[in-house]
Write a protein that binds this ligand. Structure first.
Ligand code: LLP
Length: 426
């Protein structure tokens, strides 16, 4: 599933021992594997090849410029949700005409910049937003194309914070309202409403919700076409799973095999917005044990990697497999499941130095004994890790390192204390 493997008792990324990176770059540090990014992107591209989709990698999952540039070279386009993400896509020379711009609260400034840049589609979430885009496109005298985000009311069976395709969430408009929106905005406007967008949640480790939501979208498109509206594209969003434990995420091929038959004869340009399924397993976060201590029966491993580098456990109680980079007693993990309990391991919480009891990256795990100075790795930290980092407790942002075969390079420097205060005035 990725290129992070134990060899001769220690963890490697591709052909580079993580210890070497830690010694040279310090900790905490995010480490990415180029080959894993490539493999995951290629699998999605190949799985959906029959429909020649436009794959818009979701920048929000991991936004480092060198990653975006690598994906662009593999043929990826981009899904952006802010002026900042648009800047990143344009910075690496992405083809603007294939960029999709999503988000419920696009500002006047962001819309103007996006139209000026000639982006492909706005994924529109409300009538007010459509009015706004229509007016700005008119003033600029430049066309804008939009996909209406509809809410298919399908349960993606994932965390409530990352469920988006249910009626009660803030995203999109419901099916009934979609028809009314097309009546009002579907003809003779500066904004051309010619596509439908759905995104049901993230991660979605089931195939069925995609079948249900894509079928509903195609039915809607059929009825809109019957009413004379010209719809030429369907964006089925992102949300494909990543393997945090064993094989809980279906392979790209399985999603594709279920969705392709629904779309085969529809004459629609398919767009996809995968993020985590490409970036999730392509990164780990490494940290160093600062201290160990025990309290009652509990052991604590206090690492320099914390919630400010990996917020997901604190925010969603998300599971990330954590293991020493050079495990004592040669205890190499046979898998990354939450139920792993090898002989010689101790029950531990892996916590950071931040002043919050929610500052943990792993709770109640059976880990090999760890000493001060040992390195640990939190796996599947390529997606929604560095991008959700914060400066809480005035912690400088950790660097990002990209491994390519037997070499590595720093693709984002570690912030300094000066960087932390540079934008402030006394
Ligand atoms: N398209 C839209 C409209 C989205 O809202 C998202 C993610 C994606 C695509 C990409 O989803 P992916 O393929 O990466 O699952 N912070 C959370 C995830 C939030 C996802 C937000 N939207 C986490 O750490 O799990």
């Amino acid at each position: 599933m990725d290129h992070f493997n134990y060899r001769e008792g220690q963890l490697y990324c591709e052909d580079v021992p993580l210890e070497r990176i830690a010694d040279e770059c310090g900790t905490p540090t995010y480490v990415y594997s180029r080959q894993t990014f490539t493999d995951h992107f290629t699998r999605i591209r190949d799985a959906f090849a029959e429909l020649s989709p436009i794959i818009c990698y979701s920048i929000k999952s991991c936004h480092n410029l060198s990653i975006l540039s690598m994906l662009k070279d593999l043929g990826s386009s981009f899904d952006v949700v802010s002026g900042g993400e648009l800047k990143r896509a344009l910075e690496i020379g992405a083809d603007a005409s294939k960029i999709v711009f999503a988000g419920v609260g696009k500002t006047e400034e962001e819309i103007t910049h996006a139209i000026d840049s000639g982006i492909g589609w706005f994924n529109v979430e409300s009538e007010q937003e459509l009015e706004h885009i229509d007016r700005i496109a008119g003033q600029l005298g430049k066309p804008a194309t939009a996909a209406l985000r509809v809410n298919p009311d399908v349960d993606p069976q994932t965390h409530r914070y990352t469920t988006t395709g249910k009626k009660e969430t803030k995203f999109g408009v419901d099916m009934e309202r979609a028809r009314r929106v097309f009546k009002e905005f579907g003809r003779d406007r500066h904004v051309k409403l010619t596509a439908i967008h759905i995104h049901i949640g993230s991660p979605v480790n089931k195939i069925e919700p995609y079948v249900a939501s894509t079928t509903k979208a195609v039915d809607l498109i059929q009825s809109l076409r019957n009413d004379g509206f010209e719809i030429n594209a369907l964006n089925i969003g992102g949300g494909f799973g990543a393997n945090y434990e064993k094989d809980e995420a279906p392979p790209a091929k399985a999603y594709a095999e279920a969705v392709i038959p629904i779309l085969r004869d529809t004459n629609l340009q398919l767009l996809l917005e995968p993020g985590r399924s490409i970036s999730g397993n392509a990164g780990v976060l490494i940290g160093r044990c600062i201290y160990t201590k025990s309290s009652g029966d509990k052991q604590f491993l206090i690492s320099d990697a914390s919630m400010t580098e990996l917020l997901r456990p604190a925010l969603y109680e998300a599971y990330h497999f954590v293991w020493p980079v050079k495990p004592a007693g040669g205890l190499i993990p046979p898998h990354r499941g939450h139920d792993l309990k090898l002989d010689g391991t101790l029950l531990m919480d892996v916590v950071g130095p931040v002043c919050e009891s929610g500052d943990f990256i792993a709770k109640d795990r059976w880990l090999p004994p760890v000493e001060r100075g040992d390195l640990i790795a939190a796996f599947t930290s390529g997606a929604y890790a560095s991008v959700m980092a914060s400066h809480y407790n005035s912690r400088p942002q950790a660097p990002e390192v990209l491994v390519e075969g037997n070499t590595f390079r720093v693709v984002r420097n570690r912030e300094t204390y000066d960087d932390l205060v540079t934008a402030e005035r006394v």
